[in-house]
Design a protein around this ligand. Structure first.
Ligand code: PXP
Length: 241
């Protein structure tokens, strides 16, 4: 059965915009689980622009909730992640100036560093994943690194689809990469920039076992929740004692 991981970083982005407590990512994590999410994803960024250490700690201590923690290869972040003890870890590239994760890891350049990080998590029986572009050579390196899973960066395909451009070559790259990884016994996940349409396109690739989706789910939830909340407030302000 395919799984859906819900990235709740942007609940924290919204909270941080006010510097107060609402909306609370811990409540959101519980709510996502109750609503059917198979896991929640959080990214502890080096600049802590959304999820903070205390959020990650609390979210990882919620009973029966599977948490996928995204981390960079930064030494301090890895150390924190080992203390936080998530169920899963996804290693991602991180650039301070980026708005969001812009591409996959450079496995050729960072293989020794990444291998050490993978070993640290494997020793603690934490499922590890590498966020990579759909490149066959990267998948071969991932296999040498003895990784459990890869997450394919789907941002390029998502942009082509959104801009109504031909996405067939990128789709084929993702499909080939997914088949190779599966044949090498690496579980395949997909994420970044996904919405209803792009997710539907990618469900044709049966090798993809998990989708991790954030920005669109949180954005779309506003439309679905807005009318309920407005009605609730109208009721409150109309009520006379
Ligand atoms: N997967 C990974 C590894 C990511 O870094 C991100 C973005 O933080 C996502 C999935 C979710 O991307 P989006 O918010 O565009 O759905």
């Amino acid at each position: 059965m395919r799984r859906l991981g819900v990235n709740i970083d942007h609940i924290a982005t919204l909270r941080n915009a006010r510097g107060e407590h609402h909306p609370d990512p811990i409540y959101a994590a519980k709510f996502a689980k109750k609503s059917g999410a198979d896991s929640v994803t959080i990214h502890l960024r080096e600049d802590r622009r959304h999820i903070k250490d205390i959020d990650a700690k609390k979210i990882c201590s919620i009973k029966r909730l599977l948490v996928n923690l995204e981390i960079s290869t930064n030494y301090k972040i890895v150390k924190n992640a080992l203390k936080i003890k998530p169920n899963f870890v996804c290693i991602v590239p991180e650039n301070r100036k980026e708005i969001t994760t812009e591409g996959g890891l450079n496995l050729k350049k960072n293989r020794i560093k990444i291998k050490k990080i993978i070993n640290d998590f494997k020793k603690r029986k934490i499922r590890t994943s590498l966020f990579i572009n759909p490149s066959l050579s990267d998948i071969k390196i991932a296999k040498e690194l003895e990784i459990d899973c890869i997450e394919i960066h789907t941002g390029y395909l998502a942009n082509l689809v959104k801009n109504k451009k031909d996405y067939s070559n990128e789709y084929k790259r993702i499909k080939k990469a997914s088949i190779l990884a599966t044949n090498l016994n690496i579980e395949v996940h997909a994420g970044h920039g996904l919405d209803y349409k792009t997710t539907k396109i990618l469900t044709k690739i049966k090798e993809i076992k998990e989708f991790n989706i954030g920005h669109f789910i949180i954005g779309e939830s506003i439309y679905f929740g807005l009318s309920k909340i407005i009605k609730k407030f109208k009721k409150i302000i109309r009520k006379r004692k």
